[in-house]
Design a protein around this ligand. Structure first.
Ligand SMILES: Nc1ncnc2c1ncn2[C@@H]1O[C@H](COP(=O)(O)OP(=O)(O)OC[C@H]2O[C@@H]([n+]3cccc(C(=O)O)c3)[C@H](O)[C@@H]2O)[C@@H](O)[C@H]1O
Ligand SMILES: Nc1ncnc2c1ncn2[C@@H]1O[C@H](COP(=O)(O)OP(=O)(O)OP(=O)(O)O)[C@@H](O)[C@H]1O
Ligand SMILES: [Mg+2]
Length: 278
């Protein structure tokens, strides 16, 4: 591949993920709140649901969701935002999660411990004969069970209240397929679509979110054997490089290779399931 081919591919990936050519925080906040309002009205649903972890993505998406339901109510319709704390037992960064809830000021805050259900599923599978290569493998699979347990909890609240589930997928995680398929990847609406990680942080700043949350190091925090494992360590590439790539800038050869191979390997996560009718 020539370097021109490389740049063309890089541009096509950025375009496919909806990365913006120009970015203005206030405009993007307005556009995304308006999007959430329109989706509620058009669907006839009466609210939004989102898990709040204490990370920057759910802090920003949560605040957009609260602004949206308030706007729908001002227009005379019914709308409620259900913010969900979904810790796995005791969460190490619980203080950040509480700070996020205080900042978002959601209509309703529900807390559900996903540990009993996640552990029960793993145990039942093991009792039925499922075997793992080693403790790390078991812990990784358990991590995806936790992400899907959060999905179950959010859809239960959405189904009960006639509300839509909000996801926090943005361009950086979408490109790297860095989410659990049908776990945190499952949702009805993706208000952060197309944003780089840096742009999500910029929206947080413009929305007045606490700087501790805006600047927080991203973690999926799914593996009990590696608590608070940073996304960057898991991915083998920094968000700075991911964002630079998305915006068409130059990254190291190694980062380029990691990003492109991960993007290609995770293509299935950005599509509907394949069928014989494709
Ligand atoms: N080409 C293909 N076409 C169709 N399906 C394909 C496929 N390749 C694999 N698959 C299937 O995909 C499934 C595996 O995908 P999945 O279950 O998602 O599992 P997987 O991608 O292995 O793991 C999820 C990753 O996302 C990370 N994560 C999860 C949740 C949140 C966050 C965060 O940032 O907060 C990060 C997590 O740390 C982990 O590294 C399997 O069923 C596999 O067979
Ligand atoms: N402990 C948790 N409690 C509630 N929701 C959670 C929890 N962990 C993950 N989630 C949900 O899963 C989503 C995906 O997690 P992810 O780590 O990508 O986002 P984040 O924690 O908001 O931000 P960051 O990626 O910067 O850590 C979160 O945005 C949130 O909606
Ligand atoms: Mg997180």
């Amino acid at each position: 591949m020539t370097s021109q081919d490389n740049r063309d591919l890089q541009q096509r990936i950025g375009q496919a993920l909806g990365v913006l050519n120009s970015f203005d925080s206030e405009r993007e906040i307005e556009r995304r709140v308006d999007f959430l309002c329109k989706q509620m009205i058009e669907s006839g649903q009466r609210g939004l649901v989102l898990g709040i972890s204490g990370g920057v993505d759910s802090t920003v998406a949560g605040r957009l969701a609260q602004l949206a339901v308030e706007r729908v109510r001002e227009q005379g319709d019914k709308a409620t935002f259900y913010a969900m704390r979904l810790p796995y037992g005791e969460q190490q960064d619980e203080k950040d999660a509480r700070m996020a809830i205080d900042y978002i000021a959601p209509d309703r805050a529900l807390a559900t411990d996903i540990k009993p259900a996640s552990d029960a599923m793993l145990e039942a599978l093991e009792q039925s004969g499922l075997q793992f290569d080693d403790p790390g493998h078991r812990d990784f699979v358990h991590g995806n069970i936790k992400a899907r347990q959060r999905m179950i909890a959010q859809y239960a609240v959405a189904g009960t209240n006639g509300a839509l589930v909000v996801g926090t997928d943005q361009a950086a995680e979408a490109m790297m397929g860095f989410f659990t398929k049908y776990g945190d990847g499952a949702c009805d609406l993706v208000p952060l679509a197309g944003l780089t990680k840096g742009q999500v942080r910029e929206l947080g700043r413009a929305l007045g979110a606490p700087s501790q949350l805006v600047e927080k190091v991203p973690t999926a925090d799914l593996e009990s054997l590696r608590p608070q494992l940073t996304d960057e360590e898991a991915l083998g590439v920094s968000y700075e490089e991911i964002d630079t790539f998305l915006m068409g800038g130059e990254v190291s050869e190694q980062a380029y290779r990691t990003i492109v191979s991960t993007y290609e390997r995770t293509e299935h996560k950005r599509r509907l399931p394949r069928s014989p009718l494709d």
